[in-house]
Ligand binder design. Structure first.
Ligand code: ADP
Ligand code: GLC
Length: 473
């Protein structure tokens, strides 16, 4: 019989997105829906337009009691491309300006908000018998503990870590507020340096723990990348694996992209898009290489390194375009650099259409990330014919092969990698890019090769399927 999967995430494209988790939570269930009966669950944030997506009440409500408080939860739903979405609505969880808070600070009651989300997920297990519960990141990690506590539900639990930098760490008093017994305040469970760590619940109580690339799965066992959880992850290493993300090949297809002025399927077709973007931002220089950065302005994405390197890059014969939003200090430093250099264009904000236009116009995509669990931008860059320039970490190692080893008949995408996170290394690889850009024929050949590669979810969906099927320990 076809297995029933409940897939839970705190953000899903196109309903709500702050980063790659939303893309994954959109694309992976779509890739799985032919093999499994998939239902996806997320919060019904205030920003979601119910009418636009035909989201309607399911006529089911329940009250969740946590720490002496009662929270009313209403269920909403819609169906997209043959699978169901369930939305959890409760004012404390959903009626906020942002999903989690500002880039500087999460909401003070995030522990309660997402514990409530986790309780609501387990309520869904009472309404229908699911075989698999797939939880993502710290926001729904507590559901693994709740399933473990209540032997009435017995789905197999898969827990996926998208980013160890966000673990959901709260003061120990949170236990009382979310109705979790003090017995769980131990090193083997939720305790973390005198605080409570929600991610530990996912790791401790799930049947399988995955993260989003094989290299990151190894890195997080080290002090450098483990964010304090390396020892705990080591302990649970026998159930930890890395499955690389993919991108949705329909959503990220330059041939069928409404955001583009001129859809295309090979290098030649990028020219119109590049001309258009340069004109829009008031730049000249179709024959100069265009370097782009799209992403969150946070230290993870290598902003310190980028800000240090940009003034030197700007002296080269090139144009640079940056799109993103994030921490205020980076906004200020980036504005200063962009004001001083006529060939740097900076856009603040989250803009899906503009991001696609940038991928389509760019010759190179910069990803100087300090750490990168997987990264989707480099794969989007491949699909749109921009050559990734990446720091050799995490999923970037698994998805971007060194251009120096280029082979026409391989199925790998190629780019430029640098190993040490210094301004000198980044600048040297950028200069390499400028030289490569002048070698027009080779550049075009590599770009066309990358554009033909398959970065879809096909293989990784099968890998998740194998985990779903694996005998429960
Ligand atoms: P992360 O999840 O760490 O932010 P990923 O590389 O996994 O990084 O995914 C980032 C996703 O968000 C990509 O789809 C990228 O294009 C998109 N994105 C990031 N910043 C912006 C922005 N300012 N405007 C539009 N899209 C953005
Ligand atoms: C995280 C990571 C990113 C990954 C994304 C989706 O936000 O920072 O590397 O691609 O999750 O898994």
């Amino acid at each position: 019989m076809i297995k029933k999967v409940l897939f839970a995430a705190s953000e899903i494209y196109p309903f709500a997105k702050t980063g790659g988790l939303a893309d994954v939570a959109y694309a992976l269930p779509r890739a799985l829906k032919n093999l499994y009966d998939v239902t996806v669950v997320m919060p019904l944030y205030r920003s979601i337009d119910k009418e636009q997506y035909s989201i309607t009440p399911l006529g089911k409500s329940f009250t969740i009691s946590m720490g002496g408080e009662k929270y009313l939860v209403d269920l909403y739903g819609c169906s997209v491309d043959g699978y169901s979405f369930i939305f959890i609505y409760s004012p404390i969880l959903c009626d906020r300006e942002f999903l989690y808070g500002t880039p500087e600070e999460g909401y003070v009651d995030n522990g309660i908000r997402f514990a409530l989300f986790s309780y609501a997920i387990t309520e869904l297990l009472k309404l229908r018998k699911y075989d698999i519960l797939h939880l993502n990141d710290w926001q729904c990690a507590l559901a693994a503990l709740l399933v473990h506590k209540d032997h009435n539900h017995s789905p197999k639990v898969i827990y996926t870590i998208h980013n160890l930098a966000y673990q959901g760490i709260f003061d120990s008093t949170i236990l009382e507020s979310v109705g979790i017994e003090r017995d769980y305040y131990t090193m083997g469970s939720l305790e973390f340096y005198g605080k409570v760590n929600f991610m530990k619940a996912g790791v401790a109580y799930a049947d399988e723990v995955t993260t989003v690339s094989p290299t990151y799965a190894r890195e997080i066992l080290t002090g450098e990348f483990g964010c304090g959880l390396e020892g705990f992850l080591h302990f649970h290493q026998n159930k930890l694996s890395g499955i690389i993300n993919g991108i949705d090949s329909e959503h990220f297809s330059p041939l069928a992209d409404n955001a583009l002025i001129a859809p295309y399927s090979e290098f030649k077709g990028k020219k119109t898009n590049k001309t258009h973007l340069l004109k829009q931002i008031g730049f000249k220089g179709i024959n100069k290489p265009l370097f782009a950065f799209v992403g969150r302005f946070t230290s993870q994405k290598g902003m310190d390194l980028l800000i240090e390197t940009l003034p030197k890059m700007a002296l080269l014969e090139c144009n640079i375009v940056l799109l993103g939003e994030g921490e205020e200090n980076y906004h200020q430093s980036l504005s200063l650099v962009a004001n001083e250099h006529k060939n740097i264009h900076l856009s603040f904000g989250y803009d899906e259409a503009l991001s696609h236009q940038i991928y389509a116009a760019a010759d190179f995509l910069l990803m100087p990330s300090l750490f990168e669990p997987c990264g989707l931008n480099q794969m989007i860059a491949f699909a749109y014919g921009a050559l990734p320039i990446v720091h050799r970490v995490g999923g970037l190692v698994d998805t971007v092969k060194r251009l120096e080893t280029y082979q026409e008949d391989s199925c790998s995408g190629y780019g430029l990698l640098f190993s040490t996170a210094t301004c000198r290394s980044l600048l040297s690889v950028v200069k390499k890019g400028c030289e490569l850009f002048e070698d027009k024929k080779h550049f075009e050949r590599v770009i066309n090769h990358n554009m033909r590669c398959d970065f879809s979810w096909k293989e990784s969906a099968i890998a998740y399927g194998e985990l779903y099927e694996k005998e429960k320990k």
